[in-house]
Design a protein around this ligand. Structure first.
Ligand SMILES: [Zn+2]
Length: 317
C-alpha cells in the first residue's frame, strides 16, 4: 500500500471533526440545513487552519444525496466520487499555478453548463490572492451573475490582496489560529489511532511550535514518528526542528548572568561543534531571556516542562 501522509489520512471528513473553528462550521451547517447556502464564500486565515478542509466538506455537503444535520454522509455515490476526486462537477484549482485570464475564462465558459451528475458545480479556488488582475476581472463577471447551479469557494491566506469588488460579493469567514489545547487534543487522537507513543511535554512543544497551524503540527509529529519507533520525547522534537537544546541555551544565559566568560565561550563552542546554526542559537537565547522575564511576572510559560520551569525561576531571581 502506498504511504499516505498523516495530515491527509487524518483530514477531517465532517465539520464536527474539525477543531477550533466552531464559529464557522456551525454557521455552515445551519445554512446547509436551512437550504440557504450562498453562491460565493471566502475562507480567509493562516495556513493549516482548515480553510480548504471545510471547503471540501462544504462541496460534498451541498451535493450529498443523504446529508445529515448539515454534514455530508461521505458514503453516497456523489460523496464517494468527490472524495476520490473523480467527479468533474467539483473542481479544485490552485491559483498559485493557474492564475491567468485564460484559466478563469475556462471556468466562466464551463459554468453555463449544468452539472453532469451533482446538484451544483463547485469551484474551490485556493490561494485566490495569486490571480492576475485580468483573472480577477474575469472572475468578477461570473461572481456578479452566477448561474443557480454554481458555487464558488475561494480560500486565501492574504485577503488584503483581494480587490474590494471580489470581497463584497463573497460571504467571508475568518479562520482563527488553532489554540494549543485544540492542537494537542487532535494530535492525541492521531497518536492513539496510529499507535504513536509520545510524552505530554513533547505534545505541548509541537503545539507551540506549530503556531496554530494544524497541518504543521501533524507534519512535525509525523517526522518525529518516522525518526523513532520509541516514545517521542521533547528532546527529539526540538532536535528535529533544529532547536538547540535548552540545556545549552540555559548554560550560556546563566554564564552571562554570572559574568563567567569561560563557561560562556564553552557553550558557544558546544553549539558550533554540534553543527547547529549560531544565528538561530542567538535568537533562541534572546527568546529564552524574554521567556524568563515573562515567567518572572506571570509564572506561566507554555513551551517549558515542569523541570525547566524550576530552572527558569532560579535564573530569574
Ligand atoms: Zn453523501
Amino acid at each position: 500500500m502506498s504511504y499516505i501522509a498523516l495530515y491527509r489520512k487524518f483530514r477531517p471528513l465532517k465539520f464536527e471533526d474539525m477543531v477550533g473553528q466552531e464559529h464557522i462550521t456551525k454557521t455552515l451547517k445551519n445554512q446547509i440545513m436551512a437550504g440557504r447556502v450562498g453562491h460565493a464564500y471566502l475562507m480567509s486565515g493562516g495556513r493549516g487552519t482548515g480553510k480548504t478542509t471545510s471547503a471540501k466538506i462544504l462541496a460534498r455537503a451541498v451535493n450529498c444525496l443523504n446529508p445529515q444535520d448539515g454534514e455530508p454522509c461521505n458514503e453516497c455515490e456523489i460523496c464517494k466520487e468527490i472524495l476520490e476526486g473523480s467527479l468533474t462537477d467539483v473542481v479544485e484549482m490552485d491559483a498559485a499555478s493557474n492564475n491567468s485570464v485564460e484559466d478563469i475564462r475556462a471556468i466562466r465558459d464551463e459554468v453555463n453548463f449544468l452539472p453532469t451528475k451533482a446538484k451544483y458545480r463547485v469551484y474551490i479556488i485556493d490561494e485566490v490572492h495569486m490571480l492576475s488582475v485580468g483573472a480577477f476581472n474575469a472572475l468578477l463577471k461570473t461572481l456578479e451573475e452566477p448561474p443557480e447551479h454554481v458555487k464558488f469557494i475561494l480560500a486565501t491566506t492574504e485577503p488584503q490582496k483581494l480587490p474590494a469588488t471580489i470581497l463584497s460579493r463573497c460571504q467571508r469567514f475568518d479562520y482563527k489560529k488553532i489554540k494549543n489545547e485544540d492542537v494537542i487534543r487532535r494530535l492525541k487522537i492521531i497518536c492513539t489511532q496510529s499507535n504513536i507513543k509520545i510524552t505530554e511535554d513533547a505534545l505541548k512543544t509541537i503545539a507551540v511550535l506549530s503556531e496554530g497551524a494544524m497541518r504543521d503540527a501533524i507534519s512535525i509529529l509525523e517526522r518525529c514518528s518516522q525518526e523513532s519507533s520509541e516514545e517521542i520525547t521533547i528532546e527529539l522534537v526540538k532536535d528535529l526542528v533544529g532547536l538547540p537544546s535548552l540545556e545549552i541555551i540555559h548554560k550560556l544565559t546563566k554564564a552571562i548572568v554570572e559574568n563567567d566568560e569561560t563557561v560562556a565561550l564553552q557553550a558557544i563552542d558546544d553549539v558550533v561543534n554540534d553543527g547547529k546554526d549560531l544565528y538561530n542559537f542567538i535568537w533562541e537565547v534572546i527568546k529564552y531571556c524574554k521567556d524568563i522575564l515573562v515567567y518572572k511576572t506571570t509564572k506561566k510559560l507554555d513551551l517549558y516542562s515542569q523541570e525547566e520551569m524550576v530552572r527558569n525561576s532560579r535564573i530569574s531571581q
